[in-house]
Design a protein around this ligand. Structure first.
Ligand code: HEC
Ligand code: HEC
Ligand code: HEC
Ligand code: HEC
Ligand code: HEC
Ligand code: HEC
Ligand code: HEC
Length: 251
C-alpha cells in the first residue's frame, strides 16, 4: 500500500514539474522557482526584462537570435562602423553577449574565435552566404599569432580602417598581429639611424604639395631633401620631433 502512494505522489509531482518547466506559460510568468533557476542577474541594460524571460528564451530551443533581433535591428551606428557591421548578417548573438553576469558587467565581449566558429557554421548552413565570404576566407597559411580557428577570418574586412600602416604592410594583419590587442610586445622599432623609414611609413599628403618645400624643408633646414628621405628630417620619437629643429608646434 505504502509503495503505491509514493508512486502516485511522485507521478503528480512529476506532472506539475513538467508543466512548470516546459510550458511557454512558465516563461512568461516567472515564479520563485524560475528566479532560482536564473543563473545570475541580467546586465543593467536588460534589467527591465528581469520579469520577462521569454523576451530572449524559448522553452524548447533556448536563446533565439530572432528574439534579440526584434529589439536590435536597425542599430545604425552598429551597422555603419566597419568592425561591427557584421551584425547585419550574423546568425547568433549569445557567444559575445553573455547574460546573467550581474548588473555591473557589460554584456559585450569581442570573441574572435566564436566569430570564426559562427562564420564557418553559416557557410555550411546557408549555401555560401556571399556577405560572409567577404570576411571569411577558407584557407590561409598557418599564423603564429592567432588560433587555428581564427585563421579563416579576413581581418582587413573589419579592420582596414584601423590600419596604421597606409597599407604598406599589406592586408594580412594576422601575419604580425594577434586578436586581443594591436600592440606587439616583441616589437623593437628600427634604429633612428636607419635610412629605410619610407619602407614602413608613408608621408602625409601635405608632403606632396607646395607645403613641403615652402614649410617642411625650411623648418627642418634641409632645402634639398627628397620626400622619401624621411630620416633627413625625422626621428623615431615622434613625427613632430624634427631632427635638429626640435619640437614642431602646429600653427
Ligand atoms: C536579455 C535576454 C535574456 C533574458 C531577458 C533572460 N535571459 Fe537567460 N540567458 C540569456 C543568455 C544570452 C544566456 C546564455 C545562453 C548560452 O550561453 O547558451 C542565458 C542563459 C540562461 C540559462 C542557462 C541555460 C541556458 O539556456 O543556456 C538559464 C537557466 C536562464 N538563462 C534563465 C533565465 C531566466 C529564468 C530568465 C528570466 C528571469 C532569463 N534567463 C532571462 C539571455 C536572457
Ligand atoms: C524586449 C527587447 C529586447 C530584447 C528581446 C533584447 N534586448 Fe538587448 N537591449 C534592449 C534595450 C532596451 C537595451 C538598452 C538600450 C539600448 O542600448 O538599446 C538593450 C541593450 C543591449 C545591448 C547593449 C548593452 C550595453 O551594456 O550597452 C546589447 C549588446 C544587447 N542589448 C544585446 C542583446 C542580445 C544579444 C539579445 C538576445 C539575447 C537582446 N539584446 C535582447 C532591448 C532588448
Ligand atoms: C563575434 C562577437 C559578436 C556577435 C556574435 C554579436 N555581437 Fe553584438 N557586438 C559585438 C561587439 C564587439 C560590439 C561592440 C561593443 C562596443 O562598441 O563596445 C557589439 C555591439 C552590439 C550592440 C550595441 C551595443 C551598444 O553599446 O550600443 C548590440 C545591440 C548588439 N551588439 C547586438 C547583437 C545581436 C542582436 C547579435 C546577434 C544577431 C550580436 N550582437 C552578435 C560582438 C558581437
Ligand atoms: C567580422 C569583423 C571582424 C573580423 C573579421 C576581425 N575582427 Fe578584430 N575586432 C572586431 C570587433 C568588432 C572588435 C572590437 C573592437 C571594436 O569594436 O572596434 C575587434 C577587436 C580587435 C582587436 C582589439 C582592438 C582593441 O584595441 O581592443 C584586435 C587586435 C583585432 N580585433 C585583431 C583582429 C585580427 C588580427 C583579425 C584577423 C585574424 C580580426 N581582428 C578579425 C571585428 C572583427
Ligand atoms: C608586417 C607586420 C605587420 C602587418 C602585416 C600589420 N601590422 Fe600593424 N603593426 C605592426 C607593428 C610592428 C606595430 C607596432 C606595434 C607596437 O608598437 O607594439 C603595429 C601597430 C599597429 C597598430 C597600432 C598599435 C598601437 O596601439 O600602437 C594598429 C592599430 C595596427 N598595427 C593595425 C594593423 C592592421 C589593421 C593591419 C592589417 C590591415 C596591420 N596592422 C598589419 C606590424 C604589422
Ligand atoms: C620595419 C618597419 C619600420 C621602419 C624601417 C621604421 N619604422 Fe617607424 N614605426 C614602425 C611601426 C610598425 C610603428 C608603429 C605603428 C605606427 O605608428 O605606424 C612605427 C612608429 C613610428 C613613429 C611613432 C608614430 C607615433 O605617432 O607614435 C615614428 C615617429 C617613427 N616610427 C619614425 C620612423 C623613422 C624616422 C624611421 C626611419 C629612421 C622609421 N620610423 C623606420 C615601423 C617602422
Ligand atoms: C625635408 C624634411 C622632411 C622630410 C624629408 C620628411 N618630412 Fe615629414 N615633416 C617635416 C616637418 C618639418 C614636419 C612638421 C611640419 C609640417 O607639417 O610640415 C613634418 C611632419 C610630418 C608628419 C606629421 C604630419 C601631421 O600632420 O602631424 C608626418 C607623419 C611625417 N612628417 C611623415 C614623414 C614621412 C613618413 C616622411 C618620409 C616618407 C617624411 N615625413 C619626410 C619634414 C620632413
Amino acid at each position: 500500500m505504502k509503495g503505491k502512494w509514493i508512486y502516485i505522489v511522485a507521478s503528480i509531482l512529476f506532472v506539475v514539474l513538467w508543466i512548470m518547466t516546459s510550458s511557454e506559460f512558465a516563461l512568461k510568468q516567472p515564479s520563485t522557482w524560475q528566479r532560482l533557476a536564473e543563473p545570475g542577474q541580467l546586465s543593467a541594460a536588460h534589467a527591465h526584462l528581469e520579469n520577462n524571460c521569454a523576451a530572449c528564451h524559448t522553452s524548447v530551443t533556448g536563446i533565439q537570435t530572432s528574439k534579440c533581433i526584434v529589439c536590435h535591428a536597425n542599430n545604425e551606428s552598429l551597422l555603419q562602423r566597419q568592425p561591427t557591421s557584421f551584425h547585419a548578417s550574423i546568425s547568433s548573438c549569445k557567444e559575445c553577449h553573455l547574460e546573467h553576469q550581474g548588473r555591473g558587467k557589460r554584456a559585450t565581449s569581442m570573441d574572435h574565435v566564436m566569430l570564426a566558429k559562427i562564420g564557418l557554421r553559416q557557410l555550411k548552413d546557408d549555401d555560401i552566404n556571399s556577405e560572409l565570404m567577404t570576411w571569411s576566407k577558407l584557407w590561409v597559411p598557418p599564423h603564429a599569432n592567432i588560433t587555428p580557428d581564427e585563421v579563416v577570418l579576413n581581418c582587413a574586412t573589419c579592420h582596414s580602417n584601423d590600419d596604421q600602416h597606409f597599407q604598406l604592410f599589406g592586408q594580412d594583419c594576422a601575419q604580425c598581429h594577434a586578436t586581443d590587442k594591436w600592440t606587439i610586445a616583441e616589437f623593437r622599432h628600427p634604429s633612428p639611424n636607419s635610412m629605410d623609414c619610407a619602407q614602413c611609413h608613408q608621408a602625409p599628403p601635405s608632403h606632396y604639395m607646395m607645403h613641403f618645400k615652402m614649410i617642411s624643408a625650411r623648418v627642418a633646414g634641409r632645402p634639398h631633401a627628397r620626400v622619401d628621405q624621411c630620416f633627413q628630417c625625422h626621428q623615431t620619437t615622434s613625427w613632430n620631433d624634427i631632427l635638429g629643429a626640435g619640437w614642431y608646434k602646429h600653427h
